[in-house]
Design a protein around this ligand. Structure first.
Ligand code: URA
Length: 210
């Protein structure tokens, strides 16, 4: 199976991402930019969502017109930085349900350890869009998707802001069937597992915890 990577190069996304990378960008601005980018990424990741025709009345006549079923979509936020993607995505797909996966990286081994997992019921009827701004080692993304596959959803997609080549390779080796949507593929990981050039710790920058 050929792994799918959608590198979303829209100029608006690239411009906003450049602003986010800058180290002196304030917490409030960083948050706002991520919110704006997530709306634009939502547009890409939902591009081929199935629609169904419903009958409606315009002021002039009745017609059959397409709608999407937002209630069948689940946004799964990988805590905690995934939360930064949620509001923007929900602005575009307000009917979506939300799941959370809590994983932390063991600082020594960089292996993902799960501490929280809460999904809507009926996952087998739902299309899942997993959200995590940083695909670094890929270990958290792989672990989150491993767990999600146990719930047997109809489909899974993964959305991030930045990906490292190492993370993409790891993710694709484990989940070649899950398409990845990213705004940038950076050069590499450093010895601490950070993406370089990157934007630093997305959670800290989003929540102002450093
Ligand atoms: N997580 C982050 O927040 N930043 C990185 O560069 C890597 C992982």
């Amino acid at each position: 199976m050929t792994a799918e990577v959608h590198h979303v190069t829209h100029p608006l996304i690239q411009h906003k991402l450049t602003l986010m990378r800058q180290k002196d960008r304030s917490t409030s601005m960083f948050r706002r930019l991520l919110n704006e980018i997530s709306m634009l990424m939502a547009y890409e990741v939902t591009r081929d969502m199935p629609t169904q025709l419903i009958e409606i009345e315009t002021p002039l006549e009745t017609m059959r017109s397409p709608v999407i079923d937002g209630k069948k979509t689940v946004f799964v936020s990988i805590m905690r930085a995934g939360a930064g993607f949620l509001d923007g995505m929900l602005n575009v797909v307000p009917g979506a349900r939300i799941g959370h996966v809590g994983l932390y990286r063991d600082p020594k081994t960089l292996v993902a350890v799960e501490y929280y997992f809460k999904m809507p019921h009926d996952m087998h009827e739902r299309d899942v869009i997993v959200l995590d701004p940083m695909l670094a080692t890929g270990n958290s993304a792989v672990a989150a998707v491993d767990r999600l596959k146990e719930t047997k959803p109809k489909s899974i997609r993964f959305v991030c802001l930045l990906a490292a080549p190492e993370g993409l390779a790891n993710f694709h080796a484990n989940h070649p069937d899950v398409p990845v949507y990213t705004a940038a593929i950076d050069r590499q990981l450093n010895e601490h597992g950070y993406i370089v050039p990157g934007l630093g710790d997305a959670g800290d920058r989003l929540f102002g915890t450093k």
